[in-house]
Design a protein around this ligand. Structure first.
Ligand code: IPE
Ligand code: IPE
Ligand code: MG
Length: 242
């Protein structure tokens, strides 16, 4: 590619000195994207997985520290069995590829969610990616898998209760799946819906939200730039006054 690679239209418009450290994305709209093309929903998930690879690389290249994506929620088990197994199959394929490429790409991976409910094969792949991540410094992609914000909060509450004593915010946050990861400054939801769907309920307390109609498989570097540019124009007050 090199010189032949065409820059996307918003390239250079993001202020790199004021990047969010952590961006989170609800990767929504795969099913509708496929339907519009007369394809099975699973084709949308396949295209969506490709976009995730591309956006993770772009976030790293921009200089961000963390990207968190919502891949499968605690509610997504309600979907037809074939769709669930297609999504798990894509995750399997992604992890196998990641095991080969993450060290070269310098992308750490962490999975957030109740992984006890996923297949033993996937759990084993998570273990392998965790071991590789230990050798990598820098950019980290967090993949929310069988993740639910309420499930996460309940678990933290139970863990704190079993420890006894006065519960502090730090202690509580330390029992979340996201322990040690700073809260996302920006949460993006493509796909046209304007709701949180059980994503990062605790961590998103003061996140800026950006909603757009672009369906996830059509999301690209430019869509991300637009979200970051919008974020950079906002005034974050955290309850205070400016
Ligand atoms: C998001 O796309 C992917 C998952 C929830 C796994 P959807 O599958 O929800 O796509 P739409 O919202 O039906 O278009
Ligand atoms: C949220 O999308 C979950 C993921 C993107 C993984 P959904 O498509 O499941 O959310 P709802 O049903 O529109 O709220
Ligand atoms: Mg959806």
């Amino acid at each position: 590619m090199g010189l032949l690679k065409k820059k996307h239209d918003t390239a250079g418009q993001v202020d790199k000195s004021r990047l969010p450290r952590h961006v989170a994305i609800i990767m929504d709209g795969n099913g509708r994207w496929a339907k519009r093309r007369g394809l099975p929903r699973t084709a949308g998930h396949k295209a969506g997985a490709e976009v995730f690879r591309r956006i993770a690389t772009y976030c790293k290249d921009l200089g961000m520290e963390y990207l968190t994506v919502y891949a499968f929620s605690t509610e997504n088990w309600k979907r037809p069995a074939e769709e669930v197994s297609a999504i798990m199959g894509l995750l399997h394929q992604y992890m196998l590829e990641a095991i080969d490429s993450m060290e070269r790409d310098q992308i750490r991976l962490r999975f957030l969610g109740d992984l006890s409910a996923i297949s033993p094969e996937l759990q084993a792949l998570v273990e392998r990616t965790n071991a590789i991540s230990e050798r990598i410094q820098g950019f980290q992609a967090n993949i929310c898998l069988n993740y639910g914000g309420r499930d996460e909060i309940l678990r933290a509450a139970r863990a704190c209760a079993s420890e006894g004593g006065e519960i502090t915010e730090e202690q509580f946050a330390g029992h979340l799946y996201s322990a040690g990861i700073p809260d996302p400054e920006l949460i993006i939801r493509p796909g046209g819906e304007q709701r949180v769907s059980n994503f990062l309920l605790w961590q998103g307390a003061y996140s800026e939200f950006y909603f757009c109609d672009t369906l996830w498989p059509d999301f690209n570097e430019s869509t991300l730039d637009q979200a970051i540019i919008a974020y950079q124009q906002r005034e974050r007050r955290f309850g205070g006054v400016k």
